[in-house]
Every structure is written in structure tokens, then in C-alpha cells.
Design a protein around this ligand. Structure first.
Ligand code: GLP
Length: 242
């Protein structure tokens, strides 16, 4: 059973999640952070950047692994998750770029790269704290409904719903890639602490299914119920159907 914390605002959620990350980094300067993209974790990254600055914390040894990446975007595309993680996380937090990993979405090498990425997480000793958002389809990372709960990092096809939801980041809906590479649900579950964030009524169904519904591949978020240390931080809107 995941611990559910209902907060008054996204900023409050960001402070809570950032607090947990800071505590880890203070204890272990080479902490491995699991990084999510999307709009949901932005208040967390903002709070973390501010508090690292205030505390003068040395984060030069902090390591990171992103959850996912689009397949086939040109290198340097501003909406590739490599670029998003650089812009929203690595630069504002002052992390060491070579220690922060994002799956390689080059279609030529994708299959071996996906497996190698999974192995690299294990070789790093696993993720200490994984930040997660949740899609309206219930996806975590880009594990769309139907993803095996034991899945590892691999290529997936995005649902039409997810492509439509993410079209806001692109010039045209047709520009949203069809495929992605994502850590599997089994990979995500190996992190030592999961922190799932969700805001707004549009996420209420997905949150209710994740936290209170049956554990099922048709609701990938429900995998958090299998984890011994999962924290779900939601605002009133996202908590509306709990
Ligand atoms: C994206 C990401 C997910 C994210 C989710 C929700 O497409 N691949 O990791 O959690 O969809 O996005 P948002 O936070 O913008 O609602």
C-alpha cells in the first residue's frame, strides 16, 4: 500500500519531494536519482535547485537516470528528453552532465541500447529515489496500458491519447514520435523509493486506479502498490477520486 500525501499546491508537493532528495544527497553524495520528464516534476526540480543553492550542497557526484526518451527525434531537438533533462535538471541543479543518463533514442541502435541502459542502472547500484509522473492513460515512464509488470527497458509504441497529450510540446501533433524507449515497470520497481506526483483533476482517474484499483498491467501505475516504499503526492484535484 502506497503512502498517499495530499497537498495544497504543486509547489508544496515540489518542496516535499525535493526535501526527500536533499536528505538522500546529504547522506550519500553519489546518490542515484531517477528522473522523470513532463510538466509534473518541474516544481520538484525548481525547489531542489533553490535548496541546493541555499545550502551550498556539493552535487558534483550525484548520478541520474531518466525514465524514457522518444525514438527518432533528431539529436538536439528541444523536446527530446535528453534536452529536457539538461534544461530542467542538469543545468539548474548544477549536476555533472556525464553522470546523468538518458536512453538513446537513435532507431539504428535502439534495441541493444535499451538493454545496455537497463544494465547500466543495475551496474550503478540501482536508483535510490525515483520521481514518477503518471499519464492520463495510467502510464508510468512510457509504459502504456498492457505493459508487463515485470518489463525491462525496451521500445514501446505510444498510444494516441499520449501522443495527443504531448502534442502541446511540438509544432504539430504529427511531429510527436510514434515510438519511445522506456524503463520497464520491473526496472522502475527496483528503485529503493518511488515518489509519484500527480496534479489536477485530469489525473484523478489514473491516480485512483494506481492507488486503489486492482494491480494490473492495464493500469501500469498500479505497480506502485507492489513496492515496499512508495509515496504518492497529489493535490486536491488529483486526489478527487480516492
Ligand atoms: C510523459 C512522460 C511521463 C510523464 C507523463 C505525464 O509523456 N513520459 O514520464 O509522467 O507523460 O506527463 P505530465 O507530467 O506532463 O502530465
Amino acid at each position: 500500500m502506497a503512502e498517499v500525501v495530499i497537498v495544497g499546491s504543486e509547489d508544496e508537493a515540489g518542496e516535499l519531494a525535493a526535501g526527500a532528495m536533499l536528505e538522500l544527497i546529504r547522506r550519500r553524495p553519489d546518490t542515484v536519482l531517477g528522473l522523470a520528464t513532463g510538466s509534473t516534476p518541474l516544481s520538484t526540480y525548481r525547489a531542489l535547485a533553490r535548496r541546493i543553492g541555499e545550502d551550498g550542497l556539493d552535487v558534483s557526484r550525484v548520478r541520474g537516470f531518466a525514465l524514457d526518451e522518444y525514438v527518432g527525434l533528431p539529436a538536439g531537438h528541444p523536446e527530446s528528453y535528453r534536452q529536457v533533462i539538461t534544461r530542467e535538471v542538469v543545468e539548474p541543479l548544477g549536476l555533472t552532465p556525464s553522470l546523468v543518463h538518458v536512453p538513446n533514442g537513435d532507431p539504428e541502435t535502439i534495441r541493444t541500447a535499451a538493454e545496455a541502459y537497463d544494465d547500466a542502472i543495475t551496474a550503478a547500484g540501482g536508483v535510490d529515489l525515483q520521481i514518477l509522473g503518471i499519464g492520463r492513460t495510467g502510464h508510468i515512464g512510457f509504459n502504456e496500458p498492457g505493459s508487463s509488470l515485470a518489463s525491462r527497458t525496451r521500445v514501446k509504441t505510444l498510444t494516441e491519447q499520449t501522443r495527443a497529450d504531448n502534442a502541446r510540446f511540438f509544432d504539430s501533433p504529427d511531429d510527436v514520435p510514434m515510438h519511445c524507449v522506456t524503463q520497464g515497470i520491473g526496472t522502475i520497481l527496483q528503485a529503493r523509493h518511488l515518489v509519484l506526483l500527480a496534479f489536477g483533476e485530469g489525473k484523478a482517474d489514473a491516480v485512483a486506479a494506481a492507488v486503489e484499483g486492482p494491480v494490473s498491467a492495464s493500469q501500469p501505475g498500479s505497480a506502485v502498490q507492489l513496492h515496499p516504499h512508495a509515496t504518492v503526492i497529489v493535490d486536491e484535484g488529483a486526489a478527487a477520486k480516492l
